[in-house]
Write a new protein. Structure first.
Length: 578
């Protein structure tokens, strides 16, 4: 089947465009489009094949990476005129909702073209202060030094300050003393803060063009502990779905969630009104079937948030919004308890296109990854993200990543062995339990009182001894994953019956009994040990009339003190040892 595939040469037609932000020429654009068309044809042909046909998913990952990199080269963003980029950069520098992690001057670090544009804009970019959020958790001295280094020589600048909490920060005093240099100011303050009181007096702002003031209220107090059971549980209690529609009635099916006044004064009822005796009596008059219907309708409405997005644009928007909430949660958790981490998000379906998304709570962790995970080619986030994406699209099945049939069979045998061992530990509640295939009846059935049922092979052997037939291995692995092949508990009577049957087969010789291996020199007389031989030589020397040397006496004494290897030790020998 794969012989019919045309292996496209994945060599960039214009390599320099992959490492720069230059606009491709007309000839280069044609070459890139032709290379992408050939890669898309091969990718479409590969995706039409079934997953179980032995596809080369590494090739799929290479094709995805090739198409992604070259789509960016021929995108319309590369052909934007310089005048339009100047407008975009200026708007980004004066955004009312700035990105606190990416100040405007970083646009000049992207490529040579952008750097030349940023330098041509001059003060419009570099006179905008990085957004600074002043809270109680931030270092007053550190922020003060940072601003003095960056803004001391700037003649006119835009300042964006967020002081939700009245902390008496010295940066506030520093900025108020330099109001003459303000050009655009955006302040988010509390009405009772010291900054708000300072703004109530006369200010000297001769260069001020725009002023944005946003007054915020303090964060609400957490709900009492007893209220969590009434309003924050996840299980739908019938009274809450009953009162919900009465608080947010809809005027028409096209305007969901629009509250309609329910009293003569034109006000939406509060929780106290909803919990009044009138609604309690109405709820108590409902039958059990009507209450169940209310809960069912409420659950159906909740499931609307979990439906699959039908279009690629809706999916990308959902991913963007969800990841923004996750990032905010991680940043908040970092401030509250002190954590660092990262994540990578990839798609698991080829139905739409999305680049792998990496996020690090700390930039130093991103720079540390090449040190923590050293590889020969170097740690490349694009390469790692593409590999993860290809693995997810392949169904997160490691078998599909192997090339040869033997590699796939070995991996499936490993999975079978690991899953059987894990099932044995779970059913016996013994972390030290290991599967025994040779003495299975004695060491597993008799010891733990369990039996493995649902084995798909005729002969019960170690998975490493099974054949390399992929369909048979896949059948056994699927049986284990589905629960058809599992361990079952045996009753004491069943264990006793199995023991009697096993012992009967052993007595009849049907099951060989494991015995120790016999010595090769069985039946022959062994030579005397070295200690006894030395003692005999010493006695011969003494009988010969020689007193013996000092060394001979030490050897004789050492031999007498050596351990005896006899089964029975005579009393005379014990006396000599004493």
């Amino acid at each position: 089947m794969y012989d019919s595939l045309i292996n496209t040469t994945l060599i960039p037609p214009v390599p320099r465009l992959l490492v720069s932000n230059d606009e491709p020429t007309a000839e280069e654009h044609v070459l890139i489009i032709e290379a992408m068309k050939a890669a898309e044809e091969e990718m479409a042909l590969r995706q039409s094949l079934p997953r179980a046909s032995g596809r080369d998913y590494r090739r799929d990952g290479e094709l995805i990476a090739f198409l992604r990199s070259h789509k960016a080269v021929v995108s319309a963003f590369r052909r934007l005129p310089t005048e339009l980029l100047c407008v975009i950069f200026t708007h980004f520098a004066n955004d009312s909702h700035p990105d606190f992690d990416h100040p405007p001057y970083r646009l000049g670090h992207v490529c040579r073209r952008w750097r030349s544009i940023i330098l041509s804009l001059g003060p419009a970019i570099y006179t905008v202060t990085p957004p600074i959020r002043i809270t109680k958790r931030q270092s007053k001295q550190g922020l003060n030094q940072r601003l003095r280094l960056i803004l001391e020589e700037v003649p006119l600048y835009s300042c964006k300050l967020s002081s939700i909490y009245d902390s008496g920060h010295p940066i506030m005093t520093w900025f108020l003393a330099r109001t003459k240099r303000w050009k655009t100011a955006s302040l988010t303050i509390h009405p009772r803060s010291s900054l708000a009181l300072s703004l109530s007096g006369p200010l000297k702002v001769p260069n001020l063009e725009t002023l944005h003031l946003c007054f915020t209220s303090p964060p609400p107090h957490p709900a009492p502990r007893g209220c969590h059971d009434n309003y924050y549980h996840s299980y739908p209690d019938p009274p809450n779905p009953f009162l919900g529609p009465r608080r947010t009635h809809t005027a028409s099916p096209g305007t969901p969630g629009k509250a309609i006044p329910m009293n003569s004064e034109g006000e939406t009822p509060t929780l106290n009104v909803l919990h009044s005796q009138e609604f309690k009596d109405e709820y108590n008059a409902l039958t059990e079937a009507e209450r169940a219907e209310i809960v069912t309708n409420h659950q159906d409405t909740t499931l609307e948030h979990h439906r699959k997005r039908p279009t690629a644009r809706a999916r990308l928007q959902d991913v963007s919004c969800t990841l923004a909430n996750i990032k905010q949660m991680l940043q908040s958790l970092n401030m509250r308890v002190g954590i660092e981490g990262f994540f990578c998000v990839v798609r698991n379906t080829p139905d739409y296109h999305m680049d792998p998304i990496w996020y690090f709570t700390l930039r130093a962790m991103k720079e540390y990854m090449p040190v923590a995970v050293p590889v020969k080619k170097g740690w490349d986030y694009g390469y790692v993200g593409t590999k993860l994406e290809a693995f997810a699209i392949a169904g997160c099945d490691p078998v599909g990543l192997h090339r040869t049939s033997k590699q796939k069979a070995d991996d499936m045998k490993r999975q079978i062995r690991d899953k059987i061992g894990q099932m044995l530990v779970e059913i016996t509640k013994n972390e030290q339990a290991t599967m025994q295939y040779v003495n299975y009846e004695e060491l597993i059935v008799q010891r733990y009182g369990v039996e493995l049922v649902g084995w798909t092979y005729e002969k019960f052997v170690n998975p490493s001894e099974l054949s390399t037939s992929l369909p048979a291995l896949r059948e056994l692995l699927d049986a284990i994953n589905s629960g058809e092949c599992r361990f079952a508990k045996l009753s004491p009577l069943a264990v006793k019956a199995r023991h009697i049957e096993y012992q009967k087969k052993v007595d009849e010789g049907l099951i060989p009994v494991k015995t120790r291996k016999q010595r090769k020199d069985k039946g022959t007389k062994r030579k005397r040990s070295g200690g006894d031989q030395t003692a005999a030589d010493d006695s011969d020397k003494e009988n010969a009339g020689g007193n013996g040397t000092h060394v001979d006496k030490q050897q004789s004494k050492r031999s007498r003190n050596s351990a005896k290897s006899k089964e029975v030790i005579d009393t005379e020998d014990e006396d000599e040892d004493k």
